[in-house]
Design a binder for this molecule. Structure first.
Ligand SMILES: NC(=O)c1ccc[n+]([C@@H]2O[C@H](COP(=O)([O-])OP(=O)(O)OC[C@H]3O[C@@H](n4cnc5c(N)ncnc54)[C@H](O)[C@@H]3O)[C@@H](O)[C@H]2O)c1
Ligand SMILES: O=C(O)[C@@H]1CCCCN1
Length: 314
């Protein structure tokens, strides 16, 4: 008897089953805690392998993970390209393969781009809930690409900011962002203007040198640093890195992949999963940075969520 061929779940279908990123919050919180529990947490996740595609300024990342608690086995394949000349092609494209852990058969091939956008924003939201100052009023987003939209969506769903500001390297993209989302957004002409007095800052750019300086940041603010995922790329300057309490998704990945962590020499205080578990404090009264690199197990639980929902409806 031949095995059943894998199903293909495209972007539209993934979107349908994952219409709000907040649907992933319980699974992601558990995955972060399990990851940071070491062997007892049952997450097997090596630091991703990244293959540079040098002549084209691109990278291929391979991100496998197994979560015993979820009994879910996946690998994401993600490409990301700097300086895209053709703006109709997204800078990041991803596919997730979901296997049957009992026998290794491929069950599904899922679009990974929607999942990447939503799970990343949901993890930033988990960090923000734990680390932002009390009475946070101003949200600032630096960057106006795919992640800016997904972060805006979940942040405005979960929190009640009085003001949302955006800055982008090219202002027209920031203007387009402000006119596309459902709510008022102040478009700023400089990153400094956008950041000044902000309580929560999200950096979601393809910058390779700092775009956010410690000098501009209000003491006690919380920063989700989502870009700069190569060891020689930066979004934050040394001053900010050294004068904040630093949280990461994975210590091992941060010390391998994050230019902001490696080149600043900043000390890592905790993994986000340790704060979720309660084994490390959150320190919301301090200036905090959550350096997010993205973890394969986040894709594993998100893909399982979509596959289970798809299976229930088919
Ligand atoms: N941590 C994670 O889990 C995770 C997951 C996915 C993406 N990311 C990272 O988040 C960032 C944003 O991803 P995206 O999918 O929104 O990308 P995108 O290409 O859709 O948007 C990138 C934005 O950065 C701006 N930009 C490009 N070069 C810049 C520069 N040198 N200085 C300042 N701004 C610049 C662009 O104008 C654009 O608005 C990327 O660095 C990406 O690698 C992280
Ligand atoms: O975790 C991710 O999906 C992304 C891939 C691209 C680089 C940054 N992290």
């Amino acid at each position: 008897m031949g095995s059943t061929p894998p199903v293909f779940i495209g972007a539209e279908e993934v979107e349908k089953h994952l219409h709000r990123a907040s649907l992933l919050l319980p699974a992601l919180e558990a995955a972060l805690a399990n990851f940071s529990a070491g062997a007892a947490g049952g997450v097997v996740q090596p630091v991703r392998a990244v293959v540079p595609v040098q002549p084209h300024g691109g990278y291929l990342g391979v991100m496998p993970a197994y979560s015993a608690v979820d009994d879910a086995l996946t690998t994401k394949l993600v490409t990301f390209y700097e300086h895209m000349k053709d703006s109709s092609v997204p800078s990041h494209q991803a596919t997730i393969l979901l296997f049957d852990p009992r026998n290794g058969s491929l069950r599904a091939v899922l679009d990974g781009s929607v999942i990447t956008a939503k799970r990343t924003a949901a993890v930033s939201a988990i960090a923000t809930k734990l680390l932002m100052p009390a009475f946070a009023e101003v949200l600032c987003i630096l960057g106006a690409g795919v992640q800016a939209y997904s972060h805006y969506d979940i942040f405005t769903e979960l929190f009640s900011f009085k003001e949302v500001r955006i800055w982008n390297r090219t202002k027209e993209k920031a203007l387009k962002f402000a006119s596309s989302v459902n709510g008022p957004v102040r478009v700023c002409s400089s990153a400094q203007e956008a950041v000044s007095g902000a309580d929560v800052i999200v950096t979601v750019t393809m910058a390779t040198t700092p775009i956010l300086l410690g000098d501009w940041v209000k003491p006690g603010a919380h920063i989700n640093a989502v870009g700069a995922s190569r060891p020689d790329w930066r979004e934050l300057d040394d001053e900010l890195m050294k004068n904040s309490v630093l949280f990461v998704d994975s210590r091992e990945a941060a010390l391998t992949e994050s230019g902001d962590v490696i080149l600043s020499g900043a000390e890592i205080f905790a993994e986000l999963g340790e704060v979720v578990k309660g084994t490390k404090p959150a320190l919301p009264e301090k200036t905090t940075v959550f350096k997010s690199l993205g973890m394969a197990v986040e894709d594993t639980v998100a893909a399982k969520f979509v596959y289970d929902s798809w299976s229930a409806g088919n």
